[in-house]
Design a protein around this ligand. Structure first.
Ligand code: 5GP
Length: 191
């Protein structure tokens, strides 16, 4: 018999380090995979279609919405982002825990749809750290960074809806905490 898998939703402001934390935690755990979203955002250098995202045109994205392809979708900083439903549901049905790295509006949609999903919010409490990390990352223009920081402030208001908050002021500590939370929450799903 296959154990019932769980859906994990991880959100957090741009620059909170959530992508790195998720990719590192998955490497050290069996049975957890990250879902690959579709987006209309332009590809950054180093990103690969089908690995980081499915990069699609706004027309293709809207067709996917019309076909009901998304478990959730939202607009973030002027671009569409969405989770393909079939992929996630198929993985869950064969016993693989799935992680969605999505922003808060999408997370709220999942909260209404999926009863036993587990919600984690990753953030930093050091003033100015998000800005510093985004500048250091070097993937976004200053204009884009300002937009993301503005969204980050609004996103903080949603953290009260999450099951757990992980503070990433220190990377290794946050990684350890994230791993413990995933193990603990996986064990609690009714199988
Ligand atoms: P980025 O452009 O930095 O890759 O992502 C911007 C924001 O969109 C991040 O908060 C990321 O978690 C979120 N995001 C990525 N994929 C999805 C998705 O499928 N749905 C939603 N709602 N947000 C997403």
């Amino acid at each position: 018999m296959i154990d019932r898998a769980r859906l994990f939703v991880i959100s957090g402001p741009s620059g909170s380090g959530k992508s790195s934390l998720i990719s590192d935690v998955i490497k050290s755990m069996d049975n957890f995979e990250k879902s690959i979203s579709a987006t209309t955002r332009p590809k950054r250098s180093g990103e690969i279609h089908g690995r980081n995202y499915y990069f699609v045109s706004p027309e293709e994205f809207r067709e996917m919405i019309d076909r009901g392809s998304f478990l959730e979708w939202a607009v973030y900083a002027g671009y569409y982002y969405g989770t393909p439903e079939n992929f996630v549901m198929e993985k869950l049905s064969i016993g693989i825990n799935m992680i969605l790295e999505i922003e808060v509006q999408g997370a709220m949609q999942i909260m209404k749809k999926i009863d036993d999903a587990y919600f984690i919010f990753i953030t930093t409490t050091i003033p100015g750290q998000l800005r510093e990390r985004l500048i250091k990352r070097g993937t976004d223009s200053i204009e884009e960074i300002e937009k993301r920081l503005e969204i980050a402030e609004k996103e903080q208001k949603y953290k009260k809806y999450y099951d757990c908050i992980i503070v990433n002021n220190n990377y290794n500590e946050a990684l350890k905490n994230l791993k413990s939370v995933l193990i603990e929450a996986d064990g609690k799903v009714s199988k």
